[in-house]
Design a protein around this ligand. Structure first.
Ligand code: SF4
Length: 291
């Protein structure tokens, strides 16, 4: 079995920075209560590890104890949330990824220019809620089919941004459909570079692989997108969120397996999947024991 590893694996810089900041806070100030509002990253293993180090998970600001410090998630928050934190006098650490902050700035600029803000992304996803929450009103679409004339009735000028982890090709199809309805449309391509790099690597390697294993949480949008891109090119594509999952995939001894991962997948999890495949006779060509 030949194991081919994607060039880009494990955390993107945004997730890494958020996790490092959180771990440092927990280690440096054990006397303080740090509260995570929702999941600061989309990976259950990582969250469980932080909880074990003392991080408290809260779903609402009401649950923050007196003196508690709120850590805001890497995928960003709506303006209302900052206002509410200040109204309550709560201390907070803003762990929003710089790439997401750029999306917030772009959509506010779209509104200032008098254009109708349009967000390409999954309505209800926290990042999209945070982006939409930067402006008074925005249209959200996640597929070309959703770009219906009724939705854009009365829109004369539009400005589009995309969720940072959206699929590049699909975003461009959506933009084309919007432009067919609203010719005066500008598109700010805000899909982040780490997302594009991973998507391109999956597109490049999947056709040459017999099997594809994408490692990451099903709750992670970028992981699901990688899976869908690979699955469209190769039906023998599997998404696993824990190392044992690879044991259930019947990969023949002479197969080539391509491994990809989401941007919030820990390196140890990827290492363990590779170890398990190597134990079944796979050769990954790794020199230092890490992907
Ligand atoms: S996927 Fe992109 S936007 Fe999201 S945390 Fe990573 S670098 Fe930032």
């Amino acid at each position: 079995m030949k194991i081919v590893l994607s060039e880009t694996l494990s955390y993107c810089f945004g997730v890494r920075k958020t996790l490092e900041t959180t771990a440092r806070l927990l280690a440096d100030r054990p006397d303080r209560t740090y509260c995570m509002l929702g999941d600061i990253v989309h990976n259950e293993h990582v969250i469980e590890g932080l909880k074990a180090k003392g991080l408290r998970v809260v779903q609402a600001l009401d649950e923050v104890p007196p003196g508690g410090v709120v850590i805001l998630q890497s995928h960003g928050s709506a303006r209302d949330r900052y206002r509410e934190l200040e109204r309550r006098g709560l201390e907070y650490i803003d762990a929003t990824c710089p790439m997401v902050k750029i999306i917030h700035e772009r959509i506010r600029a779209v509104e200032r220019e008098g254009r109708t803000p349009v967000v390409i992304g999954q309505a209800g996803h926290e990042e999209v809620r945070g982006i939409v929450g930067q402006v008074a009103r925005a249209i959200v679409v996640k597929s070309p089919d959703e770009v219906e004339p009724e939705l854009f009735a009365g829109v004369r000028r539009a400005g589009i941004v995309a969720q940072s982890t959206f699929v590049e090709a699909e975003a461009r199809r959506i933009v084309e459909r919007v432009r067919a309805l609203v010719p005066d449309t500008v598109f700010h391509d805000t899909i982040c570079r780490p997302t594009k790099t991973r998507q391109r690597e999956v597109e490049a390697h999947t056709p040459g692989a017999d099997w594809v294993v994408v490692i990451g949480s099903r709750h992670s949008a970028n992981t699901r997108h990688l899976f869908n891109i690979a699955r469209a090119l190769n039906p023998r594509t599997h998404l696993i969120d824990r190392p044992e999952g690879v044991d259930d995939i019947a990969i023949p001894a002479d197969a080539t397996v391509f491994i990809a991962s989401g941007a919030s997948t820990p390196g140890e999890l990827i290492d363990e999947v590779v170890r398990r495949l190597e134990a079944r006779g796979g050769a990954s060509g790794r020199k230092d024991g890490r992907p």
